[in-house]
Design a protein around this ligand. Structure first.
Ligand SMILES: C[S@@+](CC[C@H](N)C(=O)[O-])C[C@H]1O[C@@H](n2cnc3c(N)ncnc32)[C@H](O)[C@@H]1O
Length: 253
């Protein structure tokens, strides 16, 4: 079976960030349910606003790849961007459509595999993708599609997982060392055990390399709640940013 078929079936079960412990007893897809999804997301990843700078792109044409439950897509729509969104799953597209409708907003949403986008060359001012590209079988194909559909000087804003991170180390402890298999690599453990099958994670240098055909690329690691939440408080300041699970990317075409 093609890897992306398995990736899709994983994410069809539940759009990202909508687990029961987050939404609790709220009626599925109600305003209260979406408010809980958003509240939780931005409490643990508040830096998304600084990275995305949603409000800078009023009236700009923005494509989001991998909309998930649509919290960031809502921020683009609220900011007045002309929104387009794609995702591998029907679950994400329907959830995002409903999410925006709760706020009387709309977007051009379509289920598809972003390894091949149906848009003409040089269509978008911004392409945004948070925590998505590393799930796909061929991230390099998505990145060349992003470059193709961006206008000249257009901007890619996104996030990829970092391999030299505390999250990767925790997964290696759990699935490697504590299972008596210390020889398993971070790469292989994440591929087999982190979210959908085939999840990849990169170093900062590898991330820059993926975007090397862009005119200018910035890649910055961020130490996240996912890295530090299980460690005692006194230990948290000891961890450097470079051990962060997220690598944010800004790449200019
Ligand atoms: C970890 S979730 C992130 C969702 C959202 N961006 C967020 O931050 O909550 C990954 C999402 O990427 C989507 N995805 C994975 N591979 C994809 C592909 N090749 N094309 C489009 N979407 C994809 C999945 O369906 C899923 O909704």
């Amino acid at each position: 079976m093609k890897l992306n078929t398995r990736v899709r079936s994983y994410w069809e079960k539940e759009p990202c960030g909508t687990a029961e412990e987050i939404v609790k007893d709220a009626k599925p897809l109600s305003r209260e349910w979406f408010d809980r999804v958003e509240e939780y997301r931005y409490s643990i990843e508040p830096f998304i606003f600084d990275v995305a700078e949603f409000s800078k792109y009023k009236n700009k044409k923005v494509l989001e790849i991998g909309v998930g439950a649509g919290s960031d897509h809502l921020q683009w729509a609220k900011a007045g961007a002309r929104c387009y969104g794609v995702d591998l799953t029907d679950a994400a597209i329907q959830t995002t459509r409903k999410h925006l409708a709760c706020h009387r907003l709309k977007s051009n949403l379509k289920r598809m595999d972003a390894e091949k986008l149906p848009f003409k060359n040089e269509t978008f001012d911004v392409v945004y993708s948070w925590g998505v590209i590393h799930h796909s079988e061929k991230p390099d194909l998505i990145i060349s599609e992003i470059k193709r559909v961006l206008k000249k000087n257009g901007l890619f804003i996104g996030m990829l997982y970092g391999r030299h991170s505390i999250v990767a180390f925790k997964y290696w402890l759990k699935h490697g060392l504590f299972k008596g298999q210390p020889w398993r690599s971070f790469r292989e453990v994440l591929w087999n055990h982190f979210e959908s099958i085939g999840t990849k994670a990169y170093t900062v240098a590898e991330t820059k390399d993926l975007f090397s055909r862009f005119k200018q690329t910035e890649a910055e690691p961020i130490l996240t709640w996912h890295d530090i939440n299980k460690w005692p408080r006194w230990m948290r300041p000891l961890f450097p940013r470079k051990w962060g699970w997220f690598i944010t990317v800004k790449a200019r075409k």
